[in-house]
Design a protein around this ligand. Structure first.
Ligand SMILES: [Zn+2]
Ligand SMILES: [Zn+2]
Length: 346
């Protein structure tokens, strides 16, 4: 077994603290990655707090991982020692179901293996990227370009692909009016991709203070959702809304901002169910849809697109000892726009 150190929550009530654990030895199809950076995703906090379902403890969170390969198994073809790589929200899947065959491994019908807080197909608990190394089957590892800042690439592995994938699926781009609801880790990436794909992008935010930032990210318009006049001005105007909000919110208001046949796409994950009034859907034949992360081929496509178009996440680099303070600030929306842990501080 491989000795690993990381930060773990021992149960759903305690803060993250240093913890030593073991990972499986490098198998014939595995790569051992020395982790350089790991993004801090809202999901990490939800999971260590048991917000969605009872977790497996101790829990080492982290699924926005960038690191260098230090060892490869005898049959590994795609990677060699020294390669810069990424690992996102899953580390395995069944490989045989229709979704796996279609490159939608995140929707594996036999359940994909999450990067942490799961039991792997090897029978071992998975531990995430708040740690100094990880062993992953090469099929679930991505190539990362040396052209981009590896710290700023880390959030692309979750926040990036989570917003890229729905934009691609619904072919959102030139000629579309796209609204991005919430300007946080996911939202700022949705703006960057929406602009890169040629859509006319409006940021919908509760906070006037983000107007300047939205413009700096490339958004064409900004609407404060508590301002009646501003909201009325954009009624029935959007083709799509990407909803990144992870707290409880009322969809009726946002559905009224969609054009006829418009689609409201949920990518944030509130703990409580959405309430959707039927008449908000009937009037204008509107859809509420969802999208979660992305498969391996599309995640690689996204990373390559980012390298070609010089797109990364806007980040604040932190030492791992400050991760708890970062969680507190993340909940308040006090980060522009993603915390990334510098794993050399572990
Ligand atoms: Zn995430
Ligand atoms: Zn599958």
């Amino acid at each position: 077994m491989i000795q690993t150190k990381g930060y773990a929550a021992q149960d759903a009530q305690t803060d993250l603290a240093p913890w030593h654990f073991e990972r499986r030895d490098v198998g014939p199809h595995d790569v051992l990655i020395d982790i350089l950076f790991c993004g801090v995703c809202h999901t990490d906090l939800h999971q260590i707090r048991n917000d969605w379902y009872p977790g497996i403890f101790p829990m080492v969170p982290g699924h926005e991982i960038v690191g260098r390969v230090v060892q490869v198994g005898a049959h590994v073809k795609k990677f060699k020692a020294g390669d810069l790589t990424g690992v996102g929200v899953i580390v395995d899947s069944c490989r045989h179901c229709d979704n796996c065959k279609d490159g939608l491994e995140q929707f594996c019908l036999k359940t994909a293996t999450n990067t942490y807080n799961a039991i792997g197909r090897d029978g071992l608990t998975t531990y995430g990227g708040y740690s100094n190394n990880i062993v992953v089957n090469e099929d679930y590892v991505l190539h990362v370009s040396e052209k981009l800042s590896p710290a700023a690439v880390a959030p692309l592995l979750c926040a990036g692909i989570t917003t890229y994938s729905p934009l691609r699926y619904w072919k959102i781009g030139k000629g579309h009016k796209l609204a991005v609801l919430g300007l946080g880790g996911l939202g700022h990436m949705a703006v960057k991709f929406g602009v890169a794909f040629g859509a006319e992008v409006t940021v919908l935010s509760t906070s006037e203070s983000k107007r300047k930032d939205a413009a700096a990210l490339g958004a064409h318009h900004f609407v404060v959702t508590s301002d009646k006049e501003q909201v009325t001005a954009v009624t029935a105007s959007f083709d799509f809304i990407i909803d990144t909000v992870s707290a409880k919110h009322d969809l009726a208001l946002y559905l009224s901002l969609l054009k006829t046949n418009g689609t409201h796409i949920c990518v944030g994950a509130p703990s409580e169910p959405y309430e959707v009034p039927a008449f908000s859907l009937l009037a204008g034949r509107k859809s509420v849809a969802g999208s979660g992360a992305g498969g391996l081929p599309e995640t690689q496509e996204m990373l390559d697109f980012c390298a070609a178009h010089n797109i990364v996440s806007d980040i604040e680099l932190i030492a791992i000892k400050d991760v708890q303070a970062a969680f507190d600030r993340m909940v308040k929306g006090d980060v522009r726009y993603r915390f990334v842990i510098d794993m050399s501080t572990l």
